[in-house]
Design a protein around this ligand. Structure first.
Ligand SMILES: *Cc1c(COP(=O)(O)O)cnc(C)c1O
Length: 463
C-alpha cells in the first residue's frame, strides 16, 4: 500500500516512510491510496483470531514494506504489556457493550496505539541506523502514554514538557516515576499553552530539528490511526459471534483520531456492518456543531472534567474532509487555508447529508456526565471515567432497539478520581498499576518557560 497527502503534494510513499514522516511534508495528512473492502470469507477467517492475530491481519493490508514475521513481533510485543488476556475486553453495562480500551500501562486508550508505535519506531530506526528524539507537550494522558511507548527503546529519547504543578496527581505520578535513562520530564514554570508554544517554536527551527532528529508522536501519525482501526473490527467480530450482523459504535472524541479509525473500519467491513458512528463531545463541541448543522467554527476551549477532549481544532478532521470531497486535494488545501484565516468552514446541504450518513452526534455537558457516572454506578456498580461517561450518555441517548451499541471506554476511572468522587461520593479503587508507583522517586527537571533554556537542555541530553 502506498500513501498520499490530503493536500496532494507528496508522491506516493511506502508505509515505513509514512510512520517517520508524521505530518506530510506539504502540511497535509497522510492517507492510504485505498481502503480495501473485506469480502465475507475474510470476515469468517478473522472470527476466531486473538486480538494480536487480528491486528496482524488488518495491518498487513496497509503496511507492505515490513516482513510479516517482523510485524508480528512488533504487534505481539505491544499487546503483552496489556493486563487483560483479551487486550480490549467488552463488558455489558446497562444494555450497552462497553469496550474497555484502558488495560495498557498508563490506563488510557492511547496505549493501544503508542505501545505499537514505540516498537515500530525502534524497529525502523535500527534498520536505518538512525536515531530520533521525541519532543512533545502534554496536559496529561498523551504524555504518559508516549513516555511508556518510548521508554527504554534503543536509539530514541523522549522529552515531554508539562506545566509544573498543573497536571493531575495520577498523571504526574505516571510520567515522573519512570526511571529509564532516555526519558526526560521537563516541568515548565508556566501553563500548558506555554509548553505548547515552546514545542512549536522548537519544531519551527528547522536546523535544530534536523540536527537532533526531532520527531513527534501526536495523534496525526498514521500508525496510531491504523492501530485503532483494529479494535472496531474486533468489537464487530465479538458481536457477530453472538449472532449480530450490525453494530453501532459511540466514541468520545477530541482530536477526531479515534473516530476516524472507526470511519476506516466502516469502509473495510461489509456494507452496513457498522451501522452508525455516534460522536460524543463535551462542551467543546465544534464537531457536534459540524455534524448537526454543517458549521465548523472555532470556539474558545472550555476546561471540563473530561480534559482529554477539551479540544477545538480536531487535528485529524482534514483526513475526513479529503474523503467527503471525493479525494480532491485542491479543495482540502483551499479549505484549510480558509479555516486558518477565518476560523470557520461551512458546508452545503448536500455535504451535510453525507456527513449525517456517516455520523450521529451528541453533546454531553458536565452535569450530565456526572449524572451518568452516578446513575450507572447505582444501577450496575460499574464506575465510568468522565470521558467514557460522555460516551455512555451519548450511547444511551442514541441507542436503537435491536441494534447492539458498543461504547468505547477510553480511560480507567482511577485516572480521574476527583470527578468520580464528585459523582458517586467516593474515589474508585486504585488498580495495581497506580498503587505500585506511589512512594517512588519522581524524576523531572524544572525549567522556566523559556525556549532558549529548553533548547539548551535538549542540546545537552539528546541522543
Ligand atoms: C485522547 C483521549 C480522548 C480523545 O481521543 P481523540 O483520538 O483525540 O478523539 C478521549 N478520552 C481519553 C481518556 C483520551 O486520553
Amino acid at each position: 500500500m502506498k500513501y498520499i497527502s490530503t493536500r496532494g503534494g507528496v508522491e506516493p510513499i511506502p508505509f515505513s516512510q509514512v510512520v517517520t514522516m508524521g505530518l506530510a511534508t506539504d502540511g497535509g495528512l497522510l492517507l492510504p491510496q485505498g481502503v480495501p473492502r473485506m469480502p465475507p470469507s475474510v470476515i469468517e477467517d478473522w472470527q476466531g483470531l486473538s486480538y494480536p492475530q487480528l491486528a496482524l491481519e488488518v495491518m498487513e493490508f496497509f503496511v507492505g514494506d515490513i516482513p510479516r514475521k517482523d510485524l508480528w513481533t512488533l504487534i505481539e510485543h505491544a499487546y503483552t504489556s496489556f493486563d487483560h488476556p483479551q487486550v480490549v475486553p467488552i463488558v455489558k453495562v446497562d444494555g450497552v457493550s462497553v469496550m474497555e480500551l484502558f488495560h495498557g500501562p498508563t490506563l488510557a486508550f492511547k496505549d493501544v496505539a503508542l505501545q505499537f508505535l514505540g516498537n515500530l519506531f525502534e524497529y525502523l530506526l535500527s534498520q536505518r541506523g538512525e536515531r530520533m528524539n521525541i519532543l512533545g507537550a502534554t496536559s496529561g494522558d498523551t504524555g504518559s502514554a508516549a513516555i511508556y511507548g518510548i521508554k527504554g527503546r534503543k536509539n530514541m529519547a523522549i522529552f515531554i514538557l508539562h506545566p509544573h504543578g498543573r497536571i493531575s496527581p495520577v498523571q504526574e505520578l505516571q510520567m515522573t516515576t519512570v526511571t529509564d535513562a532516555n526519558v526526560y520530564n521537563l516541568a515548565i514554570e508556566g501553563t500548558f499553552d506555554d509548553c505548547q508554544a515552546i514545542v512549536k517554536e522548537i519544531f519551527g527551527d528547522l536546523r535544530f530539528k534536523d540536527r537532533h532528529r526531532l520527531g513527534a508522536v501526536n495523534s496525526i501519525n498514521w500508525a496510531r490511526i491504523l492501530a485503532q482501526v483494529v479494535y472496531y473490527i474486533w468489537g464487530f467480530l465479538r458481536l457477530r459471534e453472538k449472532g449480530m450482523n450490525e453494530v453501532t459504535f459511540t466514541v468520545p472524541t477530541g482530536n477526531f483520531g479515534n473516530i476516524f479509525a472507526g470511519v476506516l473500519a466502516k469502509r473495510m467491513l461489509p456494507h452496513g456492518a457498522i451501522r452508525r458512528l455516534v460522536l460524543a463531545t463535551n462542551e467543546n463541541d465544534i464537531l457536534h456543531r459540524f455534524i448537526t448543522s454543517g458549521d465548523y467554527s472555532l470556539g474558545r476551549v472550555v476546561p471540563t472534567i473530561s480534559p482529554s477532549m477539551d479540544i477545538q481544532v480536531a487535528s485529524n478532521f482534514e483526513r475526513y474532509l479529503y474523503y467527503l470531497w471525493d479525494r480532491d486535494p485542491m479543495k482540502v488545501r483551499r479549505a484549510m487555508d480558509k479555516f486558518k484565516k477565518t476560523g470557520r468552514l461551512t458546508f452545503t446541504a448536500g455535504e451535510l447529508k453525507r456527513v449525517q450518513e456517516d455520523f450521529d452526534s451528541v453533546r454531553v455537558d458536565q452535569s450530565l456526565t456526572l449524572k451518568t457516572i452516578g446513575e450507572i454506578y447505582r444501577e450496575t456498580g460499574y464506575i465510568l471515567d468522565p470521558h467514557s461517561a460522555v460516551g455512555m450518555a451519548a450511547a444511551l441517548a442514541s441507542k436503537e432497539e435491536g441494534v447492539p451499541m458498543v461504547c468505547l471506554a477510553t480511560a480507567h476511572p482511577a485516572k480521574f478520581p476527583k470527578a468520580v468522587k464528585k459523582a458517586i461520593g467516593k474515589e474508585p479503587p486504585k488498580p495495581m498499576r497506580i498503587a505500585e508507583l506511589e512512594g517512588r522517586k519522581r524524576h523531572f527537571e524544572v525549567l522556566p518557560a523559556d525556549v532558549i533554556k529548553v533548547k539548551a537542555y535538549i542540546e545537552e541530553h539528546a541522543i
